[in-house]
Design a protein around this ligand. Sequence first.
Ligand SMILES: Nc1ncnc2c1ncn2[C@@H]1O[C@H](COP(=O)(O)OP(=O)(O)O)[C@@H](O)[C@H]1O
Ligand SMILES: [Mg+2]
Length: 607
Amino acid sequence: MKELARLLRYSAPYTPHLLASIVLMGCVGAAQALTVLLIVPVFDRVLDPKSADAPVLLFTTPLWKHQVYLESFVPASLHNVWTMVAFAILVVFAVKGLCDYTANYLVNYVGFSAVTDLRQDVFERVLRQDAHFFESNSSARVMSSIMNDLEKIQVALSGILADLLRQSFTALGLGAVVLQKDWKLALASLTVLPFVLVPTLRLGRRIRGTTRRAQDAAAELNQVLQETLTGHQVVKSFGAEEVESNRFRDRAERLRRRNLRYVRQQAIASPVIEFFGAVTIVGLLAYARQQIKSGAMSTGEFIGFVMALLMLYEPVKRLTGIHNIFQQALGASQKVFEYLDGDQLIKERPGAVRLAKFEKSIEFDNVSFRYPGSPQGFLMEGITLEVRAGEVVALVGPSGAGKTTLANLVPRFYDVIAGEVRIDGRDVRDLRLKPLRDLISIVAQDTFLFNDTVANNIGYGRPNATEEQVRQAARNALAEEFILRMPEGYNTVIGERGMKLSGGQRQRLAIARALLKNSPILILDEATSHLDSESEALVQQALHTLMQHRTVIVIAHRLSTVRKADKIVVLEGGRIAETGTHEELASHGGIYRRLHDLQFLEADVNL
Ligand SMILES: Nc1ncnc2c1ncn2[C@@H]1O[C@H](COP(=O)(O)OP(=O)(O)O)[C@@H](O)[C@H]1O
Ligand SMILES: [Mg+2]
């Protein structure tokens, strides 16, 4: 129920629309009741040639016993039973249709608007989530929630809300009709209701769970789909089409089973209700035979009553269906709200300060760190290190030593578990996040580029950059030459993740992007590994431009690229093993020396 209240809160801004549609649906309900009231004169008067031209009594108001006649609603020129009833039927249906249409539109307006707002909120929240969130929630799962789960909620909020209003008011109108026609009979026929309602309400709760599981299955299917689409080359090269096909079939089958279970639970309601309806009608017929024989009831009145009762069952039946779909929406909203409420590990502290520029140093002060997702895993300990403004500091060490991890602590992708990371003397946890990250540019080994034009990719960090600034950045990154060779130059769309570019070209675009961002601190994380030597030479040259007048933390696989660094820090197993310049470390005979010699050996072999 908490979820329902929260969902309804999203509809609150659209209250006027909702109120208007409630009024209009009220009219629909009243029109429905009127249709039933018109059935009596149809049978007793219009179809009975013997009937006198007496006024047509519609109903008697309950308290004052005031009698309401059809004549009072119809123009005087039509006061003949047949034309009058015909006219009334047409008007009632026209008004009902118009109200229904408008109310339906308004309710859907509310539903779609509320869900759009909710979806935006969830997206904003996910967008600002930290690295840990993305490690523990697969992107396919999040995607499935933002699209499919919200879709379910939208169906409930618009289509179903419309139906709920329409059916409730219809039930009210028809209920009033049967009560005023013969209240004892009406109450007697309504005694079957509890037999119908109690089990369906029970079922609703089960449906909520089933939906939750079906949504999980849908997310798994989505995951397989996404992975095979993005990894299509790997699938092909390993000939894994069969495996993936089976994986997909398996997940699809699971989704099918769960959907069918939902259908089994959901579809049982309607036949049950209908059967109880049939029981009631048989009972009624027995009673009516007596009444009609004794003259206490006319055929028209009886038909009117049965029609009203039958029509009353329809809303009851629909309302239980609606209840089920609501349960489904509530099941779906659970995950959505989980994302909205999810803990954020990396948050700005209240009163965090804005660091506008970087002037002195980055300090790691006795830092310890573990990944929040693997408390038993990799541990980094006792890291004390200073990077002064304008320096180039290289992090080297075997793969898995913690180089990337250490660099990621500066832009606060993760928080330390002990010690402090300080920029210009301030703990990064006391800084506003966006200004902090504005100070830092990162060029990593796997560059992510957007499926957009070259110019927009370069301008990503500075959307208001001029065309000339973009070109200048591209020139400095030695990228302009290949950009101009592309079919539409700077306006060429580069494909998903920059698929249409070579590794070296992607890397140079990433460098141009970082150049344009123009941050004082630069992190280069193996930006040149996995490039062929020709593009590496170009990328190196571009990096050289990028490094000028900046403070740089460079992680390099090849030691040849770090020789000129002001300081080299050798990491091993999450600890600092050695620190010094190239000359100091090379003469020292430690790990650096060993790595160095190994690489020269490798270079000899390659020759
Ligand atoms: N997101 C993560 N969650 C848990 N462990 C991680 C994560 N990322 C890296 N690790 C582990 O941390 C260690 C250091 O990784 P990393 O800093 O990437 O090494 P490298 O020095 O090669 O850059 C590795 O043992 C790796 O398995
Ligand atoms: Mg790394």
